[in-house]
Design a protein around this ligand. Structure first.
Ligand code: GLC
Length: 541
């Protein structure tokens, strides 16, 4: 069962991001579903994950893979029923795993009955649920997010005889948070799922809730006021449940989303992510150092959430123009790899399918700061398919086994919602769960080890962080300390071996906690250490 005794459980946790459609299909229709996920909970438990984040599971015309919600109170028929959801939650809880799901506040689908009613009549009670205008010239300072598809944040609606506002696809009209009725609707939505047993929400696209002329319509004070009310609602009625903030912003702009510990419990740290990729490609940790220096302290009951990849393009919004060009050139040399301001590729192909680099990236993820999230499939190094539409190429069926149906479904693979990855490097013959489970040195088993060790030491989730100066930018070395725990992480970002010197007191009787053995120090103090290319060490001092 989940332990209820620690209200700060999320600080030491490891999260797993699951796209239900991709995970496991229980009824042979070619689409993953909730019972399929339930059937695979042992796998998730065995890896050591504490919490699953489900991408949207609600009825939707799927113009944005479910982020366009047509009914907040039900399950998409491809995924099953509300009862299936209850079973999933119950089964997960029995295994000590929590479940959170996306809460999409900012917009609905244009197929949502609210929008359908709103567009048909100015006197509909739902008209004011959305943001309408006679001109498309308002809020000109708001940027366009899906730049490859949308040319404006306004779209003309013939039926309505007005423009409506949308920050994402034009099929996703923004809700009008000035309207108290909209604000109340979302409390009802939260209550519904919390009563069903959900453990919290990943709250989607929070910076954009309100619009104000003369601003960029992001991170407005009204937004924070409203979010604080959501938090209060949770604390009062559902203590122990969490809110995870999706604000793709600079650290100083995410900081207010933690409030005084009274807004979000957890917030994604977006800008660290591309800098981990920069560091590995450049064999130089400086960019990560700079963004860490720019990362403010957060209240003690809050936590950063870090990730390497997710279900979206690898976003390059939180880098300079020059850095973005560099990232594209290095990691997305073909134009098809680029999408909006990002890169539509998965972790393993980005890192050349090189297990040493993939492990290294994960070592940084698991030891740097905050609560790590792994995107399904990245634990086995799944590949991508850049030729699929939009972000579908990083959302393909989970590769369980070496067979044409990859153990994902009993349907004919031709009927799968997307084709499985079948290229010479990342195809299911080479990359699948079963083979990696049977191989002690596989990526899967290395990640399992990192999860276990991350969870065994509170220093990782709660400890202080300080860099160790080793006078070599190819080495990322830092201490994580919590009470009497002191952990020294040393990672070689380069392909060549590096020798580094450590002061005696630092390297006193270190234990390699990933491999459970004493570090062999051959020479006399001052100790020096030789790290092989891309080697990483987590040492308990
Ligand atoms: C978030 C989601 C993304 C979605 C967008 C609009 O950024 O991660 O997948 O398209 O919100 O809802």
């Amino acid at each position: 069962m989940i332990k209820q005794d620690d209200p700060l459980w999320y600080k030491d946790a490891v999260f797993y991001e699951v796209y239900v459609r991709a995970f496991h299909d229980s009824n042979a229709d070619g689409h993953g579903d909730l019972p399929g996920l339930t059937a695979k909970l042992d796998y998730i438990q065995n890896l050591g994950f504490d919490c699953i984040w489900l991408l949207p599971i609600y009825p939707s015309p799927l113009k944005d893979d479910g982020y366009d919600i047509a009914d907040y109170y039900n399950i998409h028929p491809d995924y099953g029923t509300l009862e299936d959801f209850e079973i999933l939650t119950k089964e997960a809880h029995q295994r000590g795993i929590r479940i959170i799901a996306d809460l999409v506040l900012n917009h609905t689908s244009n197929q949502h009955p609210w929008f359908q009613s709103a567009r048909k009549s100015r006197s509909s009670k739902y008209r004011d649920y959305y943001v309408w205008s006679d001109t498309n010239r308002k809020y000109k300072d708001a940027r366009i997010i899906f730049i490859d598809t949308e040319t404006s944040n306004w779209t003309w609606d013939d039926t309505a005889g007005q423009y409506y506002w949308h920050r994402f696809y034009s099929s996703q009209p923004d809700l009008n948070f000035n309207n108290p009725a909209v604000q109340e609707e979302m409390f009802n939505v939260m209550k519904f799922w919390l009563d069903l047993g959900i453990d919290g929400f990943r709250v989607d696209a929070v910076p954009y809730l309100f619009e104000r002329e003369g601003t960029i319509c992001e991170n407005l004070p009204e937004t924070h006021d409203y979010l604080k009310r959501l938090r209060k609602f949770i604390d009062t009625n559902y203590p122990g449940r969490v809110l995870l903030c999706e604000a793709n912003q600079w650290p100083e702009d995410v900081r207010p989303y933690f409030g005084d510990g009274d807004e979000f419990h957890i917030g994604f740290h977006f800008p660290i992510m591309p800098r981990i990729f920069m560091a590995i490609r450049k064999s130089d940790i400086s960019d990560v150092k700079n963004i860490m220096a720019r990362t403010p302290e957060i209240p003690s009951n809050c936590q950063w959430c870090t990730f390497l990849r997710n279900h979206d393009e690898l976003t390059l919004e939180m880098v300079t123009e020059e850095e973005r060009q560099w990232m594209w050139q290095e990691y997305a040399p073909e134009s098809r790899m680029r999408l909006n301001l990002g890169i539509r590729r998965r972790l393993a192909p980005l890192l050349d399918g090189d297990q040493r680099k993939i492990e290294l990236a994960n070592s940084i993820l698991f030891s740097l700061i905050g609560t790590p999230i792994i995107y399904y499939g990245d634990e086995i190094g799944m590949g991508d398919n850049i030729w699929l539409e939009d972000r579908a190429g990083v959302r393909t069926p989970m590769q369980w086994e070496n067979s044409p149906d990859v153990g994902f479904s009993h349907a004919d693979p031709k009927k799968f919602y997307l084709p499985v990855i079948n290229d010479p490097i990342f195809g299911y013959e080479h990359i699948n769960v079963k083979d990696q489970q049977n191989c002690p040195s596989s990526l899967l088993n290395q990640i399992k080890k990192m999860i276990a060790v991350h969870k065994a030491y509170r220093a990782f989730g709660r400890g202080d962080f300080s860099w160790v100066d080793v006078d070599n930018d190819a080495i990322a070395a830092y201490y994580r300390t919590y009470q009497d725990e002191k952990i020294l992480v040393i990672q070689n970002l380069s392909a060549t071996s590096q020798a580094i010197a450590f002061p005696l007191d630092t390297i006193h009787q270190p234990i390699d906690i990933l491999n459970q053995k004493k570090l062999h120090l051959t020479n006399k103090p001052p100790f020096s250490l030789n790290l092989a290319g891309y080697e990483y060490l987590w040492l308990k001092i």
